[in-house]
Design a binder for this molecule. Structure first.
Ligand code: PEP
Ligand code: MN
Length: 349
């Protein structure tokens, strides 16, 4: 562990940190730089954590040097990654230079509904189509998705619109099936801790969209990504989709700070899902704006041609003016932050 002192930290403040570490049985080595002093610690990391060094006067930060994740860590690769979805010919980048809009229905319900939703998404500037054929539902009596038939519909809609497909896989055994249709495999919030599934998508030759578990810390989320990377697949995009807190006025609490936190820890692209976090149509635009402003590499948004008839998540689906406003924000705001819209590498048909 390393304790980074604030630029103007006094000698007494540095000595206080050193004393506290030594009293706990650790060793502390002070390095004085031109503008800052850092203190390297040797000893038991868990014991150091209990010392609450971060709260001491003059301390700017306490950094764990050897992170538990390696392949996805920024220590391992300082430059932020760009993941290309849809193959080298018509792929869409997700990364630090661009802003990618992924949009589509929560669930594939029919060919017509999916096609209409894809046209809406495309008109709004989306370059990737989302849509679930396998739906993880809280109730076993709720619509579970069309399964293989849903995948076929997605493939037809890709053919018609040129939009590569992002779709969820629920079970490790289904990875080959879903991968034979999809351009990107989504691992949903409920499955972030499903290590067999993480390993299976790690062996697939497709990019993975890894949603944050609704109760997962950033570290657990990055460890889940590490499982995928460890099996040989580094084409991972992380998606912050809200976490469970005591707050009940939104479906989940969007942890917007997680975006810059994760971008500092990991080289992987990070996008935000303003639909599943807020769970309400009126919150999608403000949360999307927040995502753009905080530096997210893209957003994932639910749209539906007739939200009142949607089988899943109608209350958060965009249509009409709400979608037009989102499209306008996605067109206008990212360039102010030095990002260009994520176009297909070669023009879509
Ligand atoms: C989804 O994107 O369709 C979905 C089910 O999201 P989450 O896993 O974040 O709930
Ligand atoms: Mn949904």
């Amino acid at each position: 562990m390393v304790v980074v002192m604030q630029p103007g930290a006094s000698t007494a403040q540095v000595a206080a940190v050193v004393d506290r570490v030594r009293e706990a049985g650790g060793e502390a080595f002070v390095s004085r730089g031109v503008s800052r002093t850092i203190i390297g610690l040797i000893g038991d990391v868990d014991e150091f954590r209990a010392l609450n060094l971060r709260a001491m006067a003059g301390v700017a930060d306490v950094i764990r040097v050897s992170s538990p994740y390696k392949l996805v860590s920024r220590d391992n690769q300082p430059r932020r990654s760009t993941v290309i979805v849809g193959g080298p010919d018509r792929g869409v980048p997700i990364g630090p230079d661009t802003f990618t809009l992924i949009a589509g229905p929560c669930a594939v319900e029919s060919a017509e509904q999916t096609f209409d939703a894809a046209e809406m998404a495309k008109a709004a500037g989306a370059t990737l189509l989302r849509g679930g054929a396998f739906k993880p539902r809280t109730s076993p009596y709720a619509f579970q998705g069309l399964g293989r038939q849903g995948l076929r519909i997605l493939a037809d809609v890709r053919e018609a619109t040129g939009l590569p497909i992002v779709t969820e896989v629920l079970d490790a055994h289904d990875v080959p099936l879903v991968a034979s249709y999809a351009d990107m495999l989504q691992v949903g919030t409920r499955n972030m801790h499903n290590y067999a599934l993480l390993q299976a998508v790690g062996k697939a030759q497709l990019p993975v969209l890894l949603k944050r578990g609704m109760q997962a810390t950033v570290e657990e989320w990055l460890m889940a990504a590490e499982y995928i990377a460890q099996r040989g697949n580094l084409d991972i995009v992380l998606c912050e989709r809200g976490i469970r807190t005591f707050e009940t006025s939104t479906r989940n609490t969007l942890d917007i700070a997680a975006v810059p936190v994760v971008q500092r820890l990991s080289h992987l692209p990070v996008i935000v899902d303003p639909s599943h976090s807020g769970g309400r149509r009126d919150l999608v635009l403000p949360l999307a704006r927040a995502a753009i402003a905080v530096g997210a590499d893209g957003i994932l948004v639910d749209v539906h041609p007739a939200p009142e008839d949607a089988l899943v998540d109608g209350p958060q689906a965009l249509v009409g003016d709400d979608l037009r406003q989102l499209a306008s924000a996605v067109r206008r705001l990212p360039p102010l932050l030095g990002r260009r819209p994520a176009e297909h590498l070669a023009p879509a048909r």
